[in-house]
Structures are given as C-alpha cells and as structure tokens.
Design a binder for this molecule. Structure first.
Ligand code: ATP
Ligand code: MG
Length: 579
C-alpha cells in the first residue's frame, strides 16, 4: 500500500493493435472505416451503412462481444447508419430465453440501442427453406445420405482432395421430394443432410459441398416443434444479413475462409449481397473467452454464476464495478486489427481506473482494523470535513466523525519497523487524513503477543491535517471512528486464472488446472465510514489507498454492505516491481 493517499491512475504507455491509416482532416481510419468510406464514395450502397450484432443466445456476453458491439453500433453511429440486434438462433439445442434476456440487458447497459430493430434468425426459417428449394431446382443443392462421419471422410483434408458423395447426382425431382420429406419429419436425426453442390476438389474445404441443413428433432425456443431441419451457420448467416439489407457484415477472422461460401450462396440466389469483413477477435490474458468454457465454469461451480465478478462477462464486469464508459474506452483503444493478438488484462484495468478516478467519490474504509485510542482526546466527537473527489471540484465535501477511539489499517503499524517504514510505529508521528497528527505512545498486546490496540496522542493544533509550525510527517493514514463505523464485508479479487494463457497446459491437463485458488479473498470484519450507510447496490467508490469498490448487487444487505474491489489503485505488478 502506498504511504500517501493516491487518486492518480497509473500511467501506461499507449500501444494498440490498431492498423489505422492517416486520413485527411487529421483523422485516423481503421481498415473497416476505410472500406466504408470508399463504399460511400463510390455509392456502393447508396451511402447507406447498416451493420448488425448477431449473438447466438447460448451464453452470456463477454468482453470480446463488447468489442464487436462497440464496433458495429459505433460504425452505424459514426456514419449515420443503423445497427440491428439479431439473435442467431439457428441451433435449438443450446439456446435459452435467459440468454436472450441477459444479452439485451448487457447491450443496453453498454450504452447502445437497436431501437425497433430486434430480429431473430428463426423468423427467417421459412424464407431460408424456400431459398434452399430454389437452389435444388437450379441443380445447386442435393440431399445426401452419408452419415456425419462419412461426410467428413469424403470431404478430404487440406492436402487430399475430397471425393464426390455417391448421392451427388440425384435428380432435381428426387432431391425436392427427399428435402420435403426431411422437413416433414420422415427421417431420423442425422440420417440425411442437404448439401450445396459446389466443388469437392476445391482447395478451400468450406467449398467442398458444405452441409446446408441437418435433421434434428429438437424443440426450438421460438419456433417450438414447427421444424425438424435446421440450417447450418454458413448457409443461414448471409441470408439473414441479406434479408435485413445489411451493408457491412462484420465478423471475426476465423470466418475469412468462409467468405467465398458466404458470397457463393448470395450470388447463386441473386439476392441483396452484403459485404463480409473480418477483424481480429479480442483476446485477453489470464482469462478464457470461449462460451463453452465459461459455461463449464458456471455449471461446475468454479464461479458464482455468469456474473461472478471474476468472469470476463459483461454482467460479471458490471457486478465487479466496471463502468460502461471504461469498457467502451478500452475497446476503442485496442482498435481494429487484421491479425490476432492477446491484450494485456492490465490495459482493461487501466481504462477502468481512468474512468473511476474521475467519477468515484472518495471514502475511508479500513479492511483489516487495528484499534487506536487517542489518550488526550476528550470523550466527545467532532465532524471533520473530507473532500469527496479531488478530481471533481463540484463533488464538494462531507463530514466524517472523529472520536477518541479509531480504527486504522493493521499493516499501517509496525512495532519494529525497518528503516524505510514511515507509517506508524512506537514514537513516530503520522497524519490521519483530514484529521490530526498523532504519535504512537504505547502498544497493547494479547496474551498470545498479538498487537490488539495502540495508544496515541494527538496534536490539537494540527486539525484538518496541517501543522502550523511546518512540522512534516512522512505518512498519511486513513482511519474510521470506532464508534460510528459500519461493519462491512469486502471481497478482493485476483485473476481467475493464474497463468497468462489458461489454455497452455501439459498433455492430459485442462484449462481448469490453471484456475487461481486465490482469486477471491473475503474480508468479513472491515470497518467503513458512516457515510456509506446509504450506499445502494451498484454504487461505486474509491476507498482511499485501497482502490475502487462497488456495492455487490447480490449479497449486500442494508446495515451490512458487501463491497467488491473493482480494481486496485495501481497495477499491482508494477507495485511489486517498483518496491
Ligand atoms: P461461439 O463460441 O458460440 O461460436 P462466439 O464467441 O462466436 O461464440 P457469437 O454469439 O456467435 O459468439 O458472437 C456474436 C458476435 O460477437 C459475432 O459477430 C462474433 O464475431 C463476435 N465475437 C465473439 N467473440 C468475440 C471476440 N472475442 N472478439 C470480438 N468479437 C467477438
Ligand atoms: Mg459464433
């Protein structure tokens, strides 16, 4: 802990993966903005910019999604366009209403609005089916009876060409009949598929007669039992974009070699053709971002739900105390790149600190209390003025009660201090923030030898924390009145995964082996200043010298608040390095 109260966020060098180019008027455009501006110049979409954010409702959103949300809604905003929210709910097996609800809540919380443009891919199932029939009629799609395993085997590999399915040359009539019967529910799951007839020898595996429909007798969260064939992502996604007349369909890099297929479907159908553009997904160290892994953490109870404050989910970050503005600023700073890279988690925390520094009221909270009795202070109390936020002159001051008995932080005292220790020790003098200079005159110990109480004297002439004779002290401590303080629980967090790359495990291990056993530390006997009596769930504060904290929305109770530490005041790694 620093010796002096700090409100300055640490400074961090700016570094980003942004591949932006200089533009006229001194603006820097990222490569997607360059494409859009070029399209606007050539009139490709009549100057229209229409993007979409297309989550699959199979989990909660994470900070990677936030990046995509900021990008899609942000571009629409910047170019006077629109951005749709579209649930890509083509897979009935993993999707749930809970996710549909949470995703909307998270996007709104981030500060974006899809207005009346909320769509579901499942609303297009009939149109997609009709288009599939059209491709069959054109001789561009066929019903295939190979099993999933056989299909994979026939498809070949990167080095070996595929072989044509024995069902590839079925007549249009037979294909139409079989496809209709697939839809009618005549065949069991997995027994047949509809495939596009493209090129089994294509160097691009995605073009080797990809599957468009599979049979799945599963109930869908919106269409119920109406369908037992479901469209595959590659077939469905471009159609959804086309129906909604999306101009720029932005997705992550792993879809780059799916783009020829995206284009093929739209060209064969001759329908409105959006442009797919790929960018590098956001990856952060010390965490995982695959929804499958996040779901596993939740299901197996490694965390306290999707919104556990250690989760990289938007709901987790909200509960932790991150602000929407800080997440947006972080996404903007990371930029848009064409190559994958992993961003340091510290960069996200830096953005959080920077925002909270401007907006959080300062308060005093003692996390590990040690009692102090001011022997020459009368058995009375007084109210002292404390500054609410030195960064915000409008935030004003508040009164904090000072009494004869106080609590200070246990590690602000050392009975036998090393040379560089400037805080309290027998005979030393320190400043109590906004209060007085005090000098330690005695130490009381338990039978076990533990320090349980300090005896001190105060100098009445130093009221407010300044000495009239210019006497200097080297440390300023925070404190609370023993009589007026409120009991609180404080939860300190560390990375959920100790390893920078949680996926890096020796043969036979799993990412769970890298879980950090010390990622949550619960302090149950903290004392916080009485102004926090009225703090409501979700309220954010700076605890002086400790960092930024947020009232927990699940466990906090009136009279017994629970605080989550959002982020420490400074990057702890730096602190250790600088010691
Ligand atoms: P899954 O693991 O289920 O495929 P996903 O992470 O791709 O999930 P989707 O719900 O399909 O999740 O994603 C919605 C949108 O968010 C997509 O456009 C996707 O490209 C984007 N997205 C997902 N993860 C990231 C990420 N880490 N960085 C940037 N964008 C992302
Ligand atoms: Mg996906």
């Amino acid at each position: 802990m620093p010796d002096h109260p700090g409100s300055e966020p640490d400074k961090m060098p700016e570094k980003s993966g942004d591949q932006s180019a200089p533009a006229e008027a001194g603006r820097r455009l990222n490569f997607i903005q360059q494409i859009i501006e070029e399209d606007n110049r050539t009139g490709k979409h009549g100057g229209r910019v229409h993007t979409r954010f297309p989550p699959e409702p199979n989990g909660y959103l994470h900070v990677g999604h936030a990046k995509s949300i900021c990008l899609n809604f942000g571009l629409a905003e910047q170019y006077g366009g629109k951005c749709n929210l579209r649930f890509d709910d083509t897979n009935p097996e993993k999707e749930e209403e809970e996710y549909v609800r949470s995703i909307q809540e998270d996007i709104r919380w981030l500060g974006f609005d899809w207005e009346d443009r909320l769509y579901f891919a499942s609303d297009y199932f009939q149109q997609m089916y009709d288009w599939a029939v059209e491709l069959i009629r054109k001789g561009k799609a066929y019903v295939c009876d190979l099993t999933a395993e056989q299909t994979r085997e026939y498809r070949g590999t990167l080095t070996a060409p595929g072989r044509p399915s024995p069902y590839r040359d079925r007549s249009v009539q037979e294909n139409l009949d079989l496809f209709a019967r697939m839809k009618a529910g005549e065949f069991p799951d997995g027994s047949r598929t509809l495939r596009a007839k493209i090129d089994v020898a294509s160097p691009n595996l995605n073009m080797r007669d990809p599957v468009m429909y599979r049979i799945l007798h599963a109930r869908h969260h919106r269409t119920g039992d109406a369908w037992c064939i479901y469209p595959m992502y590659d077939w469905a996604h471009g159609l959804e974009d086309s129906i909604e007349r999306i101009t720029h369909s932005i997705c992550t890099l792993e879809f780059e070699n799916h783009r020829p297929l995206y284009d093929w479907f739209l060209d064969e159908l001759g329908v409105f053709h959006p442009q797919q553009i790929e960018f590098a997904r956001l990856e952060l160290n010390h965490t995982v971002m695959s929804k499958r892994k996040l779901l596993q953490l939740v299901r197996e109870g490694h965390v306290d739900g999707w919104d556990d404050p250690r989760m990289p989910t938007i709901s987790g970050m909200r509960r932790r105390g991150y602000t929407p503005a800080s997440i947006r600023a972080f996404c903007a700073r990371v930029g848009v790149a064409k190559f994958n890279s992993t961003i340091d988690f510290a960069k996200l925390e830096h953005a959080v600190r920077e925002d909270l520094n401007k907006t959080s009221p300062r308060v005093m909270a003692v996390l590990n209390p040690l009692k102090v009795v001011i022997e020459n202070y009368p058995d009375a109390h007084e109210a002292l003025d404390a500054v609410n936020n030195p960064e915000d002159p409008d935030a004003g001051t508040r009164k904090v009660p000072f009494t004869r008995e106080l609590y200070i932080e246990r590690d602000d005292f050392m009975e036998d201090p090393p040379k560089k220790f400037f805080r309290l020790s027998p005979g030393s003098e320190v400043r109590l923030r906004y209060a007085y200079f005090i000098t330690c005159t005695g130490v009381i110990k338990s039978d076990a030898g533990e320090v349980v109480e300090l005896r001190c004297t105060y100098d009445p002439a130093t009221r407010g924390g300044d000495s009239p004779d210019g006497r200097k002290v080297k440390a300023t401590l925070h404190w609370v009145s023993a009589h007026y303080a409120i009991d609180a629980e404080v939860r300190l967090y560390d990375h959920l995964f100790a390893a920078e790359d949680p996926e890096a495990v020796p043969e036979g291990g799993t990412f769970l082996d890298n879980l950090n056993p010390n990622s949550l530390q619960v302090l149950q006997h903290c004392k916080v200043e009485p102004s926090l009596e009225t703090a409501a769930p979700g309220d954010r504060f700076q605890f002086e010298r400790h960092g930024y904290f947020c009232v927990d929305t699940r466990y906090s109770r009136p009279g017994k608040p629970v605080f989550n530490r959002t982020v420490a005041l400074r990057d702890t790694w730096k602190k250790i390095a600088g010691k």
